[in-house]
Design a protein around this ligand. Structure first.
Ligand code: ADP
Ligand code: MG
Length: 246
């Protein structure tokens, strides 16, 4: 479902990702772990092309784009890839001046041109799924962090992306509020949603991820089944990092 080949990302003269090769199967859940500044967010942003790799190939499903320094990629190709992904951010990023259901349906109406009624029905279905149907009319500012994040997950899922990307979806939440988000993401994982998430949350990783990719200094230093990475990591660096997770 996702294939990254020889991805490199530079900002000016700073290399933030290099030689990243990853394959993620349909229905798999991958946790990206690694210290702060390792390049996890940049890697997620290179998958959904919010950030364009300096070089390398990104393939999502059947669509693929190869980047080379100095080569301009047509916007339509970028869009075709971006449409396959939905993204959930650490700080939810709901539109503050729209209620929960409007947040979820907004993109369907403005980007995809759905009639409002159909978009609203879809949005309600998704709010139901994340346990937020009763709060459909609520303003983001009146919702807890966990509730806001559940609305954000519903919003990311609204256009039926084939891949859900999450950037530290629980790290802005108190432990009791992160539980409800872990629960929702765990449910999506069980249903076979293809997901890639950067996280420091060991509970979230253990509950959802089959695969773990360890990023350090812009390199993938280790990858494997989550059970193995968490119980028997091969690299000294991974061992030390894994013990810092809570
Ligand atoms: P992580 O998510 O693992 O904490 P990031 O992907 O956010 O790491 O950042 C990796 C490195 O890339 C950091 O050193 C960061 O300062 C740098 N970086 C990220 N975005 C930019 C940018 N737009 N311009 C310059 N440097 C950036
Ligand atoms: Mg980050």
């Amino acid at each position: 479902m996702i294939e990254l080949s020889n991805i490199e990302k530079r900002f000016g003269t700073t290399t933030v990702l290099s030689s990243v090769d990853l394959v993620m199967a349909e229905g798999s859940v991958t946790a990206l772990i690694g210290p702060s500044g390792a390049g996890k967010s940049t890697l997620l942003r290179c998958i959904n092309l919010l950030e364009q790799p300096t070089s390398g190939t990104v393939r999502l499903g059947e669509a693929s784009v190869t980047f080379e320094p100095g080569k301009r990629v047509p916007a339509a190709e970028i869009l075709a890839l971006r449409r396959q992904t939905g993204m959930v951010f650490q700080n939810f990023q709901l539109f503050p001046h729209r209620n929960a259901v409007d947040n979820v349906m907004e993109g369907l109406v403005t980007v995809l041109g759905w009639p409002r009624e159909r978009a609203k029905a879809r949005a309600m279905e998704l709010l139901e799924k994340v346990g937020m149907a009763e709060k459909a009319e609520a303003w983001p500012s009146t919702l807890s962090g966990g509730q806001q994040q559940r609305v954000a997950i519903a919003r990311a899922l609204a256009p039926s992306p084939r891949i859900l990307l999450c950037d530290e979806p629980t790290s802005a939440l108190d432990p009791e509020l992160s539980d409800e988000v872990v629960e929702v993401l765990g449910q999506l994982a069980r249903e076979g949603t293809t997901m890639v998430m950067a996280t420091h949350d060991l509970r979230l990783a253990l509950r959802t991820a089959g695969e773990v990719v360890v990023v350090d200094g812009g390199h993938v230093i280790e990858k494997g089944p989550s059970r193995q990475i968490f119980t028997d990591p091969q690299r000294e660096r991974t061992k030390r990092f894994v013990t810092t997770l809570t």
